[in-house]
Design a protein around this ligand. Sequence first.
Ligand SMILES: [Zn+2]
Ligand SMILES: [Zn+2]
Ligand SMILES: [Zn+2]
Length: 174
Amino acid sequence: MTQQAEMTELEHTSTIHDHSGCREKAIHTAEKLCSQRGVRFTPIRREILELIWESHRAIKAYDLLDRIKPHMGSAKPATVYRALDFLLEQGLIHKVESLNAFMGCSYSDHRHDQLLLVCVQCHEVEERPGERVMEAIAMELEQAAFTMQRKAIEIHGICGRCASSSSSSSRAAN
Ligand SMILES: [Zn+2]
Ligand SMILES: [Zn+2]
Ligand SMILES: [Zn+2]
């Protein structure tokens, strides 16, 4: 019985994943894509991407600016904004419009629509392919004879981890 409880606990904590793997994969993909496309992955661009990938939380430009200062004393806002523009153009990051913040893209090796699940509690953003949702929207747009330029859907709510930690803490309180 205790064994069973331990197993469940372990499975649960495994959703708190080894994030260094996410970051390394993203940086590696960025290096590969930039060299394939013949664009330069300069130190400032890399630095900004690494900062964005420090977590799955969306980060605002001025927070990036604050955090880059200790690394690069002379980083001017314009330099950071240009680096962000580059990363957006290359599809390495996304802008979360509703938060006016940036997040790393998990599928940067191909162009795609974005279904972003924004947790209002921990501010983590999960990017999902959301193919069925996007197909339905494409049909709707076709009926409306509306030519879309880009598709990004942001949904605000509570992520699974926050929901389960608040329900377990309320259980503990009872
Ligand atoms: Zn991660
Ligand atoms: Zn993406
Ligand atoms: Zn959350």
